[in-house]
Design a protein around this ligand. Structure first.
Ligand code: IVH
Length: 735
């Protein structure tokens, strides 16, 4: 984004930009405060706020009613009761340079000019990157706690705050005012954040972006026990309404907080001169990476409360305090080349390879370039895109890492661009398999996807594992004993490259045995390492006999004649889910017919002259079929697969009229002619409901060998029980 210097803005340009900034900043405030999901870095946000202030300073008449400089934060979210703060919760003016700090002190000197010998002292302490909270104590008892909200009205999160160990339910010591609102920061340590992420990954839960947003989310839980499990922390550093000053100075007040049972920052000092303040700033900066929690600057406050009162406030901020922010950690380097990585879903992801450079103590060599439009700086219609940069190989770029965040390119230094640098040509073929890489049009929005995708489907090695996992998954071929874990193992051992190889695994039995044995050994070794114990009687790999293998090979053989819809779904053609696969199966009846029509459609100029019009199948699916069957490289893979697997021609089932339609069926015990999920899918296709347990609502129980308690319940309730063969006959499948 190229910005005109504020000095050269015309009045109308300024008005225009202030309007845009007000809207943009309000939106970012909302994302940050209400959704806890900011989309820009703090440094970028601060840059917007600074630009707004700079323009307002030059055009004071243009300051808008809704200007961000008049507001603090965003309105409270719905869901919690509102709390009106007896004294507003303020924000802080910011300083970015030593000069800004000198200006702050100078403003103070001028303000108190009448008092020539006045001895102004300041406190300096870390600015914690968390959420501020206000805690109301009446007669030493914690009665209500609230978020900042918009500074005037926050949310009542008392129950959640009570779960934080650093927040005393009753004040200790003595001498506290009858009523006092203690203010401070709720935050999450890195250790706690990492632990939560791990717990979440283990259970397939959500991903967490950073400690601050996670702390915010944790505070706004409806269930306080969830908040409690997050082990949040709290530092007290200020106060709102009070019936008496805690002490005559800021510093001593905070010491009082400590006596009353609060945690306060151990890095708070009292200082007299700008040199002392700046020295402490650097001391804190040095310790930043070892604190174990995020801080984003140092706050200076006038120490004497009477001077604070005299100096007073501007809109939303005390005049007597300032936050000296740490610079976003930036460095300059050059783009040596641009590589394209192919993700497991076929997305082409560009990565800039940089001349290695240290940013904030970490060597950065790669940075994501997101997608094609980002690199060009404009979209396929030639419109400049937000946050896009025209970056070329050879360019000098400024990169940034803020806190724990992944590095990003902030800007390109155009002055340093080599004369021969040309715009980057994004490849239109997959670097891994050579298939065409295309950008799809979203049927609903009509917009082109910003990502380019490999159409190599079956043959692309980058996508191979993902495809194989899909091939054996539940709704697809659903091969018992062949889950994602075994697929990964066989793929990594080079035993299975494409789906057809699954059906020839049996021929490589010794290698399969070895791969499984090695994994067992590895797992045993890890367990040993973790427990510190050594095993006795370690048997050699060859000695092991994997009886499980026969079962696995039998399960694979059992799927050599899958239903057509499962087979079509298993191919993993884009946009073809289970439902669409079933529609296609019904329409074309055999795989050969689908392939024939698919290939002809791919060749035709207008696909609609070949492909029949089918209810529920639109251009997205037709284009996906064209890509798939038009890609000759898929032919070999498909041929090899069809040499092993013979999908059953689709036979229309009479679902509404079927004998089991509308009935509730329970399967129990082991089934021998089909897997449990196949039985379930079949029953459902015939209009039956499949339940997990037997109740009075059950109409029919299909019991195999080993059926237990369910059988007993069924007979107690007088429900009909049949065996697998009877079931198959009844649904017209067997004999
Ligand atoms: S004092 C009257 N001290 O920064 C001044 N604020 O930008 C009230 N913050 O809303 C704030 N550490 O969430 C103060 N040591 C500290 C702080 C701190 C973090 C946050 C707080 C406030 C925001 C203002």
């Amino acid at each position: 984004m190229s910005e005109k210097p504020v000095e050269s803005l015309s009045e109308s340009e300024a008005a225009e930009e202030l309007k845009r900034l007000a809207a943009d900043i309000a939106e970012h405030d909302r994302r940050y405060h209400t959704e806890d999901a900011p989309t820009i870095s703090d440094a970028e946000y601060d840059a917007l706020a600074r630009r707004n202030l700079a323009i307002e300073a030059r055009f004071p008449d243009l300051v808008r009613e809704d200007s961000p400089s008049r507001r603090v934060g965003a309105p409270p979210a719905e869901g919690f009761a509102k709390v009106r703060h007896a004294v507003p919760m303020l924000s802080l003016a910011k300083a970015y340079t030593d000069q800004d700090v000198a200006d702050f002190i100078e403003r103070g000197r001028r303000f108190f000019d009448r008092d020539k010998d006045l001895d102004i002292a300041f406190t300096a302490e870390p600015k914690i990157d968390g959420l501020s909270a206000s805690l109301r104590y009446e007669n030493g008892v914690f009665v209500q706690g609230a978020t900042r909200g918009d500074g005037t009205v926050g949310e009542d999160i008392t129950a959640n705050l009570k779960t934080i160990a650093d927040i005393p339910k009753k004040l200790q010591g003595s001498g506290w005012p009858e009523v006092i609102e203690i203010r401070g920061e709720v935050y999450m340590t890195y250790a706690e954040f990492e632990a939560l992420k791990q717990r979440s990954a283990a259970t397939g839960g959500q991903d967490y972006v950073n400690p601050r947003n996670t702390a915010a989310g944790s505070l706004r839980q409806k269930d306080p026990s969830v908040t409690a499990s997050r082990n949040l922390k709290f530092f007290a550093y200020a106060w709102g309404y009070t019936t008496a000053d805690p002490a005559p100075t800021q510093y001593d007040s905070v010491q009082k907080f400590k006596e009353w049972g609060f945690k306060v920052s151990p890095l708070m000092v009292r200082a007299k001169s700008i040199d002392e303040l700046i020295a402490h700033y650097h001391r804190i900066e040095e310790q930043r990476s070892s604190l174990g929690y995020d801080i984003d600057g140092v706050v200076y406050k006038v120490d004497q409360l009477d001077l604070q009162r005299r100096w007073g406030f501007v809109t939303g901020e005390p005049r007597w305090a300032v936050a000296h922010k740490f610079p976003a950690e930036q460095a300059m380097t050059t783009v040596e080349k641009i590589d394209i990585q192919v993700g497991r879903t076929g997305t082409l992801a560009p990565v800039a390879r940089l001349a290695p450079v240290t940013v904030g103590g970490v060597v950065v060599e790669n940075v994501t370039l997101h997608n094609e439009d980002y690199i060009k700086g404009f979209d396929s219609n030639g419109q400049p895109i937000r946050d896009g940069i025209d970056v070329r190989i050879g360019d000098t770029v400024v990169i940034q890492r803020a806190g724990d965040v992944i590095p990003q390119i902030v800007s390109v230094v155009i002055d340093k661009r080599p004369a021969d640098a040309v715009p980057y040509e994004f490849p239109h073929t997959c670097p891994v398999c050579g298939s065409p890489a295309t950008r799809e049009i979203n049927e609903k929005t009509g917009k082109e996807d910003s990502r380019r995708r490999c159409t190599g489907e079956l043959i692309c090695a980058a996508q191979a594992v993902e495809r194989l996992r899909h091939f054996v998954s539940r709704g697809a071929l659903d091969i018992e004993g062949l889950g994602a874990e075994n697929i990964d193992l066989f793929f990594n051992a080079g035993l299975v490259k494409t789906a057809a190889d699954i059906f020839t695994l049996k021929d490589r039995r010794p290698a399969v045995t070895r791969a499984l044995a090695e994994r067992r050994e590895e797992q045993a070794r890890l367990r040993e390492e973790a427990s510190g114990k050594t095993r006795k009687n370690v048997r050699s790999v060859e000695e092991r006999n994997y009886q499980g293998l026969d079962k696995l090979f039998a399960a694979i053989d059992a799927r050599r004649e899958p239903e057509l819809d499962r087979f079509i779904f298993a191919l993993g053609i884009r946009h073809i889910g289970e439902t669409t696969a079933a529609v296609l199966a019904r329409q074309f009846s055999t795989i050969e017919e689908l392939i024939r029509i698919g290939k002809e459609t791919a060749k035709a100029e207008d696909p609609h002259t070949v492909f029949p019009s089918i209810n529920g199948i639109g251009d997205t699916v037709i284009n996906a079929l064209r890509d798939f069957f038009g890609n000759e490289r898929n032919d070999d893979v498909l041929d090899a697969l069809l040499a092993q697997v013979h999908p059953k021609p689709y036979v229309m089932e009479i679902s509404a009229g079927s004998e089991v339609s509308g009935k509730t069926v329970v399967f129990t015990g082991s089934l021998e002619k089909m897997t449990r999920s196949e039985a379930k899918a079949m029953a459902e296709r015939l209009g039956a409901k499949v339940a997990g347990s037997v109740s009075a609502k059950t109409d029919l129980v299909v019991a195999g060998p080993g059926a237990g308690s369910k059988l007993k319940v069924a007979s107690d309730l007088g429900i009909e029980v049949i065996d697998e063969d009877t079931w198959l006959r009844r649904i017209g499948r067997g004999g």
